[in-house]
Design a protein around this ligand. Structure first.
Ligand code: SF4
Length: 328
């Protein structure tokens, strides 16, 4: 059961990330993001390429810092921690990347790769490495003998298991997966998802799962945040994604899914027109030039996230007049 009475383990409050660009302009990759992650729960983050998902993840994992806003881990503002506390805090938030082969040093054996974080934090000695590597490999259901292999002697799915073994080595409270299954075959993808779900159940880890595949994310996430052009435009329970999505962008994303169980009498929708340049976002709603329900107010005022029912928030002027209701 999802319990929002519990305190979030990781929280973004009014987080924005702005990058300077040529000609004195600025690229706003994330705009006033508010998100919460809970122990034992998965937060899926979906949206098209360039919507700011990865920038957000980099800030959550302390690889980058917000231009505005704050990130809290277990109730503590990360920015107000000392350097020593921030380093210690990195243990608790780990990341799994899309392409583990590019994240690993090809000259390192698997045992060196999975044990590197433990050695860096002084949690094991060199003598304990072999035993610890085998324990971690067992946890991700890989044979112990793989400890002496190199990454290029493994399949993509096996390498991703190594990436997960390395991520869980420090017993983190949060794992952030950036398109972690996107490069894998569908059957391998399923196995990796099952492994992450098993580890989450056993260790009560909060998982953040960035993915452009909305069908996959809605199957595995307790909660989903839909991002568009640096903004979170809708937050809702994963199980209700298909039936309850309200934001015109979320609805359009769902309409563009192709799968073999779909109703082939229904048209596969595409989203008209291009995403505006993030260097030139118009005032008002960021989705206005692609939305067939755009109104005058949408071109003037940016819609804020608004709770329309329990655990469901939407940033759209269609849902601002009354709780849970639409404009006429
Ligand atoms: S605020 Fe307006 S333009 Fe934006 S999604 Fe809602 S109806 Fe469409």
């Amino acid at each position: 059961m999802f319990d929002q009475k519990e305190e979030p383990i990781l929280e973004a409050r009014h987080v924005s990330r702005v990058f300077p660009a040529s000609g004195g302009r600025f690229l706003r990759a994330n705009n006033d993001i508010n998100l919460k992650m809970y122990r034992g729960q998965t937060l899926g983050i979906v949206g098209e390429s360039g919507c700011g998902k990865s920038t957000l993840m980099r800030m959550l994992v302390q690889l980058d810092q917000p231009t505005e806003g704050e990130i809290f881990f277990d109730g503590k503002n990360i920015a107000s921690m000392t350097k020593k506390e921030q380093r210690e805090n990195r243990r608790h938030i780990q990341m799994v990347f899309q392409d583990p082969s590019s994240a690993f040093n090809p000259k390192m054996k698997i045992k060196d790769i999975v044990c590197e974080p433990l050695l860096n934090f002084g949690l094991i000695s060199g003598k304990e490495k072999d035993t610890e590597a085998k324990r971690l490999l067992r946890l991700v259901e890989l044979p112990e003998e793989f400890a002496d292999r190199y990454p290029h002697n493994m399949s993509g799915g096996q390498r991703q298991r190594v990436g997960i073994a390395r991520a869980i080595a420090l017993e983190p409270e949060v794992i952030l997966c950036d398109e972690a299954t996107s490069a894998l075959d569908v059957s391998v993808q399923k196995n990796i998802m099952e492994l992450l779900a098993k580890l989450q159940r056993e260790k009560n880890i909060a998982i953040g799962f960035i993915c452009h595949d909305i069908a996959l994310v809605s199957q595995i996430s307790h909660q989903i945040a839909v991002m568009y052009l640096g903004n979170v435009v809708e937050i809702l329970p994963g199980t209700q994604m298909k039936a309850s999505a309200k934001h015109p962008y979320s609805v359009a994303l769902l309409g563009s899914i192709f799968d073999t169980n779909m109703d082939f009498t229904q048209k596969i929708e595409s989203i008209d027109s291009e995403i505006p340049s993030p260097l030139d976002v118009p005032p008002g709603c960021p989705f206005q030039n692609r939305c067939d329900r755009c109104m005058e107010i949408c071109r003037k005022e940016r819609p804020m996230l608004r709770k329309i029912s329990e655990r469901h928030e939407v940033a759209c002027h269609l849902f601002e007049e009354k709780e849970g209701g639409e404009r006429g």
